[in-house]
Write a protein that binds this ligand. Structure first.
Ligand code: GAR
Length: 192
C-alpha cells in the first residue's frame, strides 16, 4: 500500500488482514513523506519505506526508485490509499492492471486532490467513494466499485470526509477481498 497521510484506510486493511480468514496480506507500506500513517504498519510489524520526490531531479527518477522499492516485495496488488502524488506513465504501465486507487467522490465527478471540498462547493447533494484501476490520467481509470452517500445541509468538508472514509474503509476491504478471491479480475478493466 502507498499512503501520504494519516492512513485510516491502511489501518482498516491491516486490521482486516490480521484475521486468518481474510485472504490478503499487506507486504509493505510506502510513502512519499514520513507520513503519520506509517505507524499503523509499524504496529503490525509490516515493513515501510519512504521515497521522497524532494530527493530526485525528476518525477520519473523518483518513481523509478519507488517502483524498485515496491518490486522488492513482489506484491500481487498495489493499493493507493490517500497517496497524493501523480505517478508517471512508466510507473503505471509497469504495475497495470494491478494498481488500484481509492478516491473520495463518485468519479468521474470531482477528480483530483480536493474532491470533498469540490463536491460541497459545487452544491452537490450526493457524493461517495470510487475504487478504480489506475491509468495514466488523474482519477480517470476504470471503476471497480462505487458507494454513495448524501451530503448533509451545511456540512463541512472535514465532517463529510470523515463520513466518506467510514464508507470508504469498508468498500476497500470488500474490494481487496473480492480481488484476492478472484471474484474481480483486474485485467478485465485494464485498457493499458
Ligand atoms: C482518503 O479519503 C482517500 O480517498 C483520499 O485521501 C484520503 C486518505 O485518508 N485520496 C485522495 O483524495 C486521492 N485523490 P486516510 O489517510 O485516512 O486513509
Amino acid at each position: 500500500m502507498l499512503i501520504s497521510g494519516g492512513g485510516s484506510n491502511l489501518r482498516a486493511l491491516l486490521d482486516a488482514a490480521d484475521s486468518p480468514l481474510y485472504p490478503a496480506r499487506i507486504l509493505a507500506v510506502g510513502a512519499d513523506n514520513p507520513a503519520d500513517g506509517l505507524t499503523h504498519a509499524e504496529f503490525y510489524g509490516v515493513p515501510t519505506f519512504v521515497v521522497s520526490p524532494a530527493n530526485f531531479d525528476s518525477r520519473e527518477a523518483w518513481a523509478e526508485v519507488l517502483l524498485d522499492n515496491i518490486n522488492f516485495f513482489k506484491p500481487d496488488l498495489v493499493v493507493l490509499a490517500g497517496f497524493m502524488r501523480i505517478l508517471p506513465s512508466e510507473f503505471v504501465r509497469a504495475l497495470s492492471p494491478n494498481l488500484i486507487n481509492t478516491h473520495p467522490s463518485l468519479l468521474p465527478l470531482f477528480p483530483g486532490a480536493h474532491a470533498v471540498h469540490d463536491a460541497i462547493t459545487a452544491g452537490a447533494t450526493e457524493t461517495g467513494v470510487t475504487i478504480h484501476v489506475v491509468d495514466e490520467g488523474v482519477d480517470t481509470g476504470p471503476h471497480i466499485a462505487q458507494r454513495s452517500l448524501q451530503i448533509l445541509p451545511g456540512e463541512s468538508p472535514g465532517d463529510l470526509h470523515e463520513r466518506i472514509k467510514v464508507v470508504e474503509r469498508d468498500l476497500l476491504i470488500e474490494t481487496v477481498l473480492a480481488i484476492a478471491e478472484n471474484k474481480i479480475t483486474l485485467s478485465q478493466f485494464s485498457k493499458l
